[in-house]
Design a protein around this ligand. Structure first.
Ligand code: SF4
Length: 322
């Protein structure tokens, strides 16, 4: 590891620990070990943190909290599972209310052994996390410097796990706008996304469509696109043609690459993939000013709204083929 350019900030969350590991984390912060003298800062705000330190196993109550905190950390970020409970469920693994280790919910980069994990091991885990963070930073910078080489290609079902992970990151800001995680893009499962490659989901119907969805749908009616840089998917969009209309859905661009033209190019490529379509339609949330502005710039105009739930109103936008 070379010199790290900034002090790493970390956020600590107790997922359901017996408090043994938490006390050792506190020991790292108090005068005996005093990690602040090494520049490590413990913050309470995930948006300020680089490292997510989790103690304890995952249960039903902590699962969503872990996911929420994780998605709020800016990229690049590193997750450290502290102690055997966070690593695998530990002595609680067989309990009726325990789902296992943290890696069942979010990707974990560093595992710190021990029950309880000793302060020296925790500090060692944070040092390993710095290594990972530095590598991820270099990868992100390399990706950002290679955007002019981005490839816009058809995605396949094999890309579904990577697209789903990207979608959840990309839609996190929308979830924050509305203060809830019930948005369909956030809730979608891998099985549902894989099914989208083969059949048109209900939410993809054009506004006002009251007919049944055609089953089966031919491959010409479903297109999944991905934007790839250095082998990594940084953007995706899918489109379905029903009648003369193509419904664009789930435009997702990794937040690190926003305002670099990736979303614009994905939309253009998708429109071009349906030469017979006469009309294009999207919907987004009424409070999502960034998305609304983005689609207006691409020639889309609002024409209808529907209430999704008490907090969220969808705004439908359309564009005729020029
Ligand atoms: S690893 Fe041991 S000390 Fe840490 S939370 Fe689990 S049971 Fe407690």
């Amino acid at each position: 590891m070379s010199r790290f350019a900034k002090s790493p900030w970390l956020i600590h969350y107790d997922a359901s620990s017996c408090n043994g590991c938490d006390i050792e984390v506190l020991a790292c912060l108090t005068p005996k070990f005093d990690v602040e003298r090494l520049g490590v800062v413990n913050t309470g705000n995930p948006k300020h943190a680089d490292i997510f330190l989790v103690t304890g196993a995952v249960n039903e109550q902590s699962r969503e909290v872990i996911r929420n905190i994780y998605h709020q950390l800016p990229e690049p970020k590193v997750v450290v599972a502290v102690g055997v409970c966070a690593s695998s469920g530990g002595i609680f693994a067989e309990c009726y209310n325990i789902a296992g280790g943290v890696d069942g919910v979010i990707p974990v980069d560093v595992y710190v052994p021990g029950c309880a994990a000793r302060p020296e091991a925790i500090i060692d885990g944070v040092v390993q996390a710095l290594d990972v963070l530095e590598r991820k930073q270099k990868e992100m910078t390399a990706l950002a410097n290679s955007l002019d080489k981005a490839l816009f290609q058809r995605a396949t079902k094999a890309d579904a796990p990577e697209i789903l992970a990207l979608q959840k990151i990309a839609y996190q800001s929308e979830a924050e706008i509305y203060g809830e995680d019930s948005l369909p893009a956030q809730q979608q499962t891998l099985a549902e996304l894989e099914a989208d490659f083969e059949s048109v989901p209900d939410m993809a119907k054009p506004f006002g469509w009251d007919g049944p969805l055609p089953v089966p749908v031919g491959p010409a009616q479903i297109v999944f696109l991905k934007a790839v840089v250095n082998g990594k998917i940084i953007g995706s969009v899918r489109g379905y043609q029903l009648g003369d209309t193509v419904c664009l859905r789930r435009l997702s661009v990794h937040p690190y690459f926003w305002r670099r033209g990736i979303g614009r190019q994905l939309v253009r490529e998708l429109e071009a993939a349906f030469p017979a379509a006469k009309r294009f339609e999207i919907f987004t949330g009424r409070e999502s000013s960034r998305s609304l502005g983005h689609f207006r710039k691409l020639g889309y105009q609002e024409f209808a709204t529907t209430q999704f739930n008490p907090k969220v109103t969808w705004v439908y936008m359309q564009k005729d083929r020029a």
